[in-house]
Design a binder for this molecule. Structure first.
Ligand SMILES: [Zn+2]
Ligand SMILES: [Zn+2]
Length: 327
């Protein structure tokens, strides 16, 4: 498939602490200015708003019924329609910044048989709202039930919850790499993950457009709190982070314009390269497991040559070469 040429950002670096030589002193400024600001801070804020304003209190979960899951599902749907739908409306329906900063020089697919309902946006919304929203609600209700029964350890101190909130980003770096890497192994790829990879040109609703089999794995992050201390807030925050943060990262736009002169961090070139080339960048940049296991692509020509060489040395490389020939 030939790629319609769009915006190509500069190659990116590893986080300072993982560069060689390691630049430990530069890590904190990098973490705050490149990772936390603005998106990750926004996810913490949205997690707090969702937990404190839109979530029933823990007493409700002393028994577990279908309505409790239904309430959490409806809440997820509202948050997703507002935040993901808002980006889709602004960038892809209103096309407020046109093609500026857009990775691919074409719009989302309509009338294409490979998508459910023959339409990429409807396909992506369906899997996100129906499967993603409900599996997240089920997991949240199960963990709330365990906290209500005091069956798992719970953090109380605000400072401990704050530290664990930051730790969630790192834990997810490992969790996402592992489950995503596993999903690229056949037959799991064919059964589950191929559905997400129908999308080469991605939009906000593509982020968690996944098969239920993939949602079961991808959304399982908060079960880490069965073994390390967490809290009900941390469960809601982790799930909101998993449901919402992939929407800007898959939005298709590298930066979001604010007015005519300013722009902020938008899409995730790291993961965009995964949609383009499949066998690179399985994880996240924050915890660069790809660099440690030899599948890192930073968007440079050198990384591209290395990837091609790896592919020539893999016997099954022929399977995907047709789709990933980027010219
Ligand atoms: Zn993706
Ligand atoms: Zn993948």
């Amino acid at each position: 498939m030939q790629r319609a040429k769009g915006y190509d950002p500069e190659p990116f670096d590893l986080p300072p602490i993982f560069q060689s030589p390691a630049r430990s002193g530069a890590m904190l400024p990098w973490f705050i200015t490149k990772f936390m600001w603005p998106q990750s801070l926004l996810w913490i804020g949205l997690g707090a708003l969702t937990y404190h304003v839109l979530t029933p209190s823990l007493d409700r979960f002393s028994s577990l019924s279908v309505d409790d899951i239904a309430i959490l599902w409806a809440r997820n749907v509202v948050v997703m329609l507002v935040v993901i739908g808002g980006q889709h409306y602004w960038l892809h329906i209103r096309r407020a910044q046109g093609m500026e900063f857009k990775y691919e020089g074409r719009w989302l697919a309509q009338n294409r048989k490979s998508f459910t309902f023959n339409d990429q946006t409807r396909d992506n919304m369906f899997w996100t709202l129906v499967s993603g929203g409900s599996i997240a609600a089920l997991y949240e209700a199960i963990l709330f039930r365990l906290y209500a029964a005091e069956a798992i350890p719970q953090l109380d101190a605000l400072w401990a919850i704050a530290l664990m909130t930051i730790a969630v980003f790192f834990i997810e770096g490992v969790h996402f790499y592992l489950n995503h890497r596993l999903l690229h192994v056949d037959p799991l790829y064919q059964w589950f993950h191929a559905l997400h990879h129908r999308n080469v040109n991605t939009g906000p609703w593509t982020g968690i457009s996944m098969h239920p089999g993939e949602h079961l794995l991808y959304l399982s992050l908060p079960f880490v709190f069965l073994v390390i201390p967490g809290s009900p807030f941390l469960v809601t925050f982790s799930l909101i982070y998993l449901l919402i943060s992939p929407s800007p990262s898959h939005s298709g736009f590298h930066r979001f314009k604010l007015g005519t002169t300013r722009d902020v961090h938008g899409g995730d070139i790291f993961h965009n390269l995964h949609h383009r080339y499949f066998e690179v960048n399985y994880g996240t940049l924050l915890v660069p497991m790809d660099a440690w296991f030899g599948t890192f692509h930073d968007g440079s020509l050198e990384a591209h040559e290395l990837m091609k060489k790896r592919r020539r040395n893999t016997p099954e490389a022929g399977d995907t070469s047709e789709v990933i020939n980027d010219g």
